[in-house]
Design a protein around this ligand. Sequence first.
Ligand code: FES
Length: 107
Amino acid sequence: MVDAAWVRVAGTADVAEGKVVGVRIGTKDLAVYHMPGGGYCVTDNVCTHEFALLSDGWFEDGCIECPLHAGRFDVKTGKGQGAPIDKDLDVFEVKVEGGDVLAKLPG
Ligand code: FES
């Protein structure tokens, strides 16, 4: 198994406060959230229900709502918030260094 590594996923200025952007790092689709009041979260960007990019959905009250069937996930914990979601979302450890948002991604 390859160790997880810190990877730059976005610039802090790329994500406005209260917004989410989708980024592709290698073969992985990630969603980068700028939390209202500060701080960032990074999750998988693909819904666990079917195929939809969560960054095309609605980010509100700390949750992302999927654009396809309105499933919701807590972006800090990845916890699904009820039907139709039956599998939680992967979340990644995040740190900010200078103007960069970094996530700890599996190798
Ligand atoms: Fe996301 Fe169905 S694809 S809720």
